[in-house]
Design a protein around this ligand. Sequence first.
Ligand SMILES: [Zn+2]
Ligand SMILES: [Zn+2]
Length: 86
Amino acid sequence: MAGFRCMNHPDREAVHQCGRCGKPLCEECYDPDLGRCREHCDEPLVKPQPKGRSAAFRAIVAILAIIGALTVLLAAICGAYIFSLS
Ligand SMILES: [Zn+2]
Ligand SMILES: [Zn+2]
């Protein structure tokens, strides 16, 4: 962030960048726990996810993982069967 100035303190050099709005920030304005502005972000890029959606998403991922595992298992069984014929 060399050459950048903090959005809130023009006299300070920015050492971090907000992970949300991308603003250059000084040590005081940056929250390392959140990885973004300590003060409110004026330009939120990511809307907060509605509750329950992440659980549904995890369920879909789990189902896809099971389908993938079964596909691999089926392919292995078929491969072994074909190999045993030859
Ligand atoms: Zn600052
Ligand atoms: Zn921000």
